[in-house]
Design a protein around this ligand. Sequence first.
Ligand code: SAM
Length: 265
Amino acid sequence: MLKEALEFLLTPTTPLARRYGFLYQSISLKHRYHRCKKIWMPHLKNCQDLFLENIQDLPQKNHVVILGSAHLHEIPMHLLVQNFKRVTLVDVIHPLKHHLLAKKNKNLELITKDLSGALADLEEIETYEELLTLAQQLHEKKLFHFKADLIVSGNLLSQLALLPIEQVEKALKRPLTLEEKDHICTQFGNNHLKNLLACEGHKLVYCDREITYRSPDKEVIYQGSYPIDFSGFTYLKNWMWELAPKGEASKEYSIEMKVEAYRKD
Ligand SMILES: C[S@@+](CC[C@H](N)C(=O)[O-])C[C@H]1O[C@@H](n2cnc3c(N)ncnc32)[C@H](O)[C@@H]1O
């Protein structure tokens, strides 16, 4: 408990990350990983195998950029530093351990950035239509640009719309409909891929955008996904990730995600 409190106090954050609870979410994600890592192992192995397979034919391996790096559960730091001379991690919040590592190692750079471009304007948003308009306007903007031998978008795409949706639901005092949520998720996802495509270097994307809820006897209770325009990328593979076994998120159901992987040379 003391350790978590210290971590909460000592982790550097931006006012935006604090305001929107990203620090709390980051520490929760770490704890969920420790509770679930055995069951997550096939997913983590898929992410690591995919990374290792896809770096084999890179013309050079000087610099790798990881978008949505979080705790690097999926592509651990040792694989990055074994294979690349320079590592750049990009996220709206970085864990304390990465800040400490970056202080000691000049080849590790942390960039703290809102990759959706939406967070600074969220306080102004009060309706679904305003959020959709903001997301559509962001499509015309350069939200990020990186140049590296490899740029990985690591299970970030599906996260970008979550907080904006949560904020508008608070303002509206009602949940968005599934159709409304899908529109927003599609727009944020497409904005991300447009900016990623414009980056200079090879790209690897993995993202979880299909969710399945199962009853304790494994019946599908709900399954949903939203369209994303992956044109320009080559589809590689998909796998199922048992994200939350029964009892983790709810006693009534377990949650699985379908993870898809794409690359662009
Ligand atoms: C599911 S985690 C990614 C897992 C990570 N790739 C790993 O290996 O452990 C999603 C990450 O996206 C970050 N994120 C969410 N919204 C973001 C935004 N608007 N800009 C930048 N990062 C964001 C979160 O802080 C979180 O660290």
